[in-house]
Design a protein around this ligand. Structure first.
Ligand SMILES: [Fe+2]
Length: 203
């Protein structure tokens, strides 16, 4: 046996997600199906790893290699989307509370954080994240091209901006910039502040 794991199930979608400002129900429902797909594939891959042949492990090609590489894509897809769906459904505006304080401290101002995050989302091929780096003790906006690139160790994502085309093409066509503006308009900073509290991030 190569691993020991439990099956997981997709989290429920909050009803508020179906009534976002500018991001349609059609987009969210299609997007949620993609998330369910990541959950199913994570379970499938871990099931296959249970019986994988360890003795044939090989860096060029092997079942173990393929399964472990794609597992990171599936798990990334789950974690990224759980953050994304959970922190939408709010009224946007400027972040208050401890997250707002951290943003001002680490970026200089809310506008500077937003501008950097938007640019990171325009430059990424899949994701932009605002994450707290526990070693540096500060927030940074990280860029991702896929579900499994390029997170850094010991940083905790607090904002996850999905810039894959499936997140916006139905509503905005190729106008990613307008989608990103709407993303900010729908953020729920109470949810983000709850995470900051729960994780024990301090100023
Ligand atoms: Fe997505």
């Amino acid at each position: 046996m190569a691993t020991n794991y439990e099956q997981i199930t997709a989290r429920e979608l909050k009803p508020a997600l179906l009534e976002l400002d500018g991001i349609s129900r059609e987009t969210i429902e299609a997007h949620y199906k993609l998330y369910q797909g990541y959950v199913n594939k994570r379970n499938e891959i871990l099931g296959k790893l249970d019986g994988v042949d360890l003795s044939s492990a090989n860096q060029v090609y092997s079942d173990l290699r393929s399964l472990k590489v794609d597992l990171t894509f599936a798990i990334g897809g789950i974690k990224n989307h759980e953050i994304y769906f959970e922190h939408l459904g709010g009224i946007g505006g400027d972040p208050a509370g401890i997250f707002g304080d951290l943003v001002k401290r680490d970026f200089g101002s809310v506008d500077a954080w937003r501008a950097d995050m938007k640019a990171t989302g325009m430059a990424g091929r899949g994701w932009a994240w605002t994450a707290y780096d526990w070693d540096e003790g500060r927030l940074f906006n990280y860029l991702g091209d896929a579900q499994n690139t390029f997170p850094v160790w010991n940083a905790t994502a607090l904002v996850a901006l999905d810039v894959y085309e499936h997140a916006y093409f139905i509503d905005f066509g190729t106008d990613r910039a307008s989608y990103i503006d709407k993303f900010f308009d729908n953020l729920d900073y109470d949810v983000i502040n709850d995470w900051v509290q729960k994780y024990g991030i301090r100023k």
